[in-house]
Design a protein around this ligand. Structure first.
Ligand SMILES: [Zn+2]
Ligand SMILES: [Zn+2]
Length: 138
């Protein structure tokens, strides 16, 4: 993936409970600080002990923090929708799950289901299943 794509593409997450959005987020730099940007760094340039080699906060993490601030009591039994947008705001199909940071958080915070739009259609994963699949990626 080219750097221009990384910068332009937005991952958007909505957490929904009983048809209401209880939290939302998009991926971006912590506190929007340009000084923290490392998007173009090669993953191989980090020591293996550096657990998360992405510089941006993931949309899932942002949406979970948003829901924890605004609707902490509604997270249990909610559903998380993940959508990737191109620079025109058009939704793109998602790949297979691989982000174990987010899959653990989603499971731990009590979100029931994780929804992705794949080539084969909309897929609803149980959060436990999603976490296991993420670790099995590849
Ligand atoms: Zn980044
Ligand atoms: Zn993630």
């Amino acid at each position: 993936m080219r750097l221009s794509q990384l910068v332009k593409e937005r991952n958007v997450v909505l957490i929904v409970k009983l048809d209401k959005i209880i939290g939302s987020g998009f991926n971006g730099l912590p506190q929007n600080l340009e000084s923290q940007r490392r998007c173009s760094y090669l993953k191989e340039s980090y020591h293996e002990k550096v657990t998360d080699k992405t510089c941006c906060v993931h949309a899932e993490q942002r949406a979970i923090m948003d829901a924890l601030r605004k609707n902490p009591d509604k997270l249990s039994g909610s559903r998380l929708y993940f959508v990737r947008l191109d620079d025109c705001g058009k939704p793109l199909r998602a790949g297979e799950p691989y982000c174990t940071i987010c899959s653990k958080m989603v499971l731990d915070v009590g979100i029931d289901e994780f929804v992705l739009w794949h080539e084969k259609g909309i897929c609803v994963y149980d959060s436990g299943e999603y976490n296991l699949l993420s670790f099995q990626f590849g």
